[in-house]
Design a binder for this molecule. Sequence first.
Ligand code: MN
Length: 722
Amino acid sequence: MGEDTCLIPKCEGLTPLEQALSSPNFHYYEHMRALMCSYLPKEAVALIDRTFFVADFAHREQKRASGEPYIIHPIAVATVIVQMHLDVESVQAALLHDVVEDTFITSDMLEQEFGPTVNEIVDGVTKLDKLRFHDYKEAQMENFRKMILAMTKDIRVILIKLADRTHNMRTLGALRPDKRVRIAKETLDVFVPIANRLGISDIRAELEELCMASIYPMRYRVLKAAVTRARNNRKEVVSSIQEAIKARLKEAKIEGRVLGREKRIFSIYKKMVHKELQFREIMDVYGFRIILKDVDTCYRVLGQMHNLFKPRPNGFKDYIAIPKLNGYQSLHTSLIGPHGVPIEIQIRTELMDQMAARGVAAHWAYKENGSKAVSTASQKNAQDWIKNLIDLQQSAGSSLEFVEDVKTDLFPDSIFVFTPDGMIYNLPKGATPVDFAYALHTDIGNHCIGARVNHHAFPLSRSLISGQTVEIITSPTASPNAIWLSTVVTSRARSSIRQYLKGLRSQECQLIGRRLLQNALRSQKLDNLSEETIQSILVNFKEPDLNALYSDIAMGNILTVAVAKFLDPNTHNHHELPIKGTGGLPFIFAQCCMPIPGDEIIAHIAQGRGIVIHTKNCKNLRQSDLGPGKSLNVSWNYTITANMDFKTGLQIEIENRQGIVSEISNAIDLASSRIESINSDLKDEKTFRIELVIAVRDRLHLASVIKHLRKVPNILSIHRRK
Ligand code: MN
């Protein structure tokens, strides 16, 4: 191969358009280019011209299964992205989505040429492509979809993957029939629900049609022919009803668009199967959509329609007040038209109509003045989307629990890993191979000696991440190691290990305890301790003899660090940690009192949970929790905490009114804090109780957050959670 195969040509002296024009494949790109010129500024188009040139150059040797040049695939994917009016980086990443996997171009080269964001999106798409899509059972499918979302920090990755799948489905014809059906089924099981979850109904509907045509080609053809015939017969009725609606709007001096709505073949099919309706019963319904300028007008037009045609009892749904889970909003009403024809009308605003078609994708749309902000923090965009959903739900006055649902999909607290034969396990974040082994079976946990992750050796103490395939190596003679107690995160693993240790003959227990203590002491040798020192330890920890002390250490009744610290108060003080005095052992902050710098704190040695930092006045701490061996005096390491955020809980009571949740979230933004989680319930008819977890630097920062919150009208009270 020549030298040009491992470098991207610089093309100095040529404009990006001239570079693009130099490609023999430019004519494939022309249509998409015209589309994006309609909404993207010149500089953005220039960037994409250069991107096209690079993608085309990289794929120049490859052909599609159909024999056409490969570049038509990335162009088609990017065209779907352009049709959604997404931002520049999305379009660039779509053009480049296959280059790292299939060509000489590396991730580093991409980052050099197009910057980190485009590279990260391409990397995300490449990772998704590597997932194996088995024929999972229904129970596994939900996990699988969640895992895909969990692996995706930037929703644009999913949008490109959906566009990629759309083009692959459009061109399935070139494949063998069995392969066609397999891909279509996988699309219906995995990608259609994801598109639906994200509210992108344009893509969802197209994928459904294509899937049905592949899986049930005969039924699809028969239905399609029947639908075409019926549509021709219906034309006159449709236009007369449409005219009647238009005339009524004109009379009431309301401006709006009235569209006739044709049902998709797949949705007719679904109704026939699930609701056992006859084809005629479905096709006999005449569907219309009225698009208006604001919400008020929607309700006014609803009144007009109920006056024009007779409404059916129970035929009305208000998805404006109570949106669907994916944010969909509209009014739906069923009416009886002239000569008894059934009519369905959807009434919504322009914005709701766009959201219904593009869902979350609408948030990556290129915006005239906001393009910088849009492209900088994709994470923030996802949060905005959630905030938007919170507001929708808020104006509906219903519970916020579903927000948690959406949130865990996008910012999950769990990871999803595979067994070697493709089963998916859901574990909490931070889980290690030992947790995984115990999740499989207690015996596997008890006999595990090592792990392989994606075919490579992997330490038993390291945290797993989503998408990994984990293989546990066992040996019949192996047994649990007390050291695991400090790294496992699942209670199942922890209690199984303890169970095992309790069953040990006391001598083994003593040996383990002794080893744990020696490890904690490091340089100081246990054998060299004076009789005096030993006696003082035994008195302090209320133990009759050393062996009893060792046993209690092994069982986790006494933490080694407490003993080590008693012996030498300076035992490896880890100054890089935010808390001084834990002896470098892992600790967590209590979820009850959620201490932040400035609070007086104490470390409680919780049985089975390691060191937990509480505030000194935490109500969950009893006097008996504070005895020797049960607690440590600790303090904040302020030089470290100055650069950190800490979670803490607030309880707010509000008078329910439109938009108040977004004002609360704005106030928190203004105080440079952020919401980590939000929960709410109805206290009484008018009062909401909101539980917030926010991130702050210290007590001062918290005070400033509260000050900002007090300015929001209709807040009744604000308390720190105790
Ligand atoms: Mn592709």
